[in-house]
Design a protein around this ligand. Structure first.
Ligand code: AMP
Ligand code: ZN
Length: 140
């Protein structure tokens, strides 16, 4: 637990939240500033700053739970689709440094756009990037 962390405070019930799921390890609640109605955050109750601090066991359990919650959010919000997002570190838009997934209901006509793509200059550039990722992944 982190005394200053807003999500730890929600987990400890020191701050109010519209809780939609609670078990021993995880809490889901409505985002206070939703992209669309029903936008939900899923957190581990223990404080981990981001994805890299989550154990394999925690992320596995969290993923299974996220799948269930996504189905409930979709039905409750009468959504056409769902975005599952984890912002990892500030450069990726993480503001609250307590690992969390966003479960965002989406509607065919909600007017939101996805990130613009930046195509690779050529096949060599993409092959080099894929190589670099594989090298690092398999050297660990
Ligand atoms: P991120 O940018 O991924 O760190 O997202 C943090 C999210 O937490 C934002 O979407 C905020 O609207 C949401 N948020 C911040 N404080 C609260 C709170 N007290 N209750 C519910 N959601 C919150
Ligand atoms: Zn925390």
């Amino acid at each position: 637990m982190n005394n200053q962390c807003v999500f730890c405070k929600i987990a400890r019930k020191e701050l109010p939240a519209d809780i939609t799921h609670e078990d021993e390890d995880f809490l889901a609640f409505l985002d206070i500033n939703p992209v669309n109605r029903g936008h939900t955050l899923l957190i581990p109750k223990s404080h981990y700053a981001n994805l890299y601090d989550l154990s394999d066991e925690t992320i596995s359990k969290m993923s299974v739970l996220m799948k269930k919650i996504a189905a409930s959010v979709k039905r409750a919000a009468k959504a056409d689709g769902i975005n599952l997002i984890m912002n990892v570190e500030g450069a990726a838009g993480q503001i609250v440094p307590h690992a969390h997934f966003h479960i965002i209901p989406r509607f065919s006509n909600d007017g939101l756009r996805h990130w613009p793509g930046k195509p690779y200059a050529n096949k060599e550039e993409s092959a080099e990037m894929a190589n670099a990722i594989r090298r690092i992944a398999y050297s660990q």
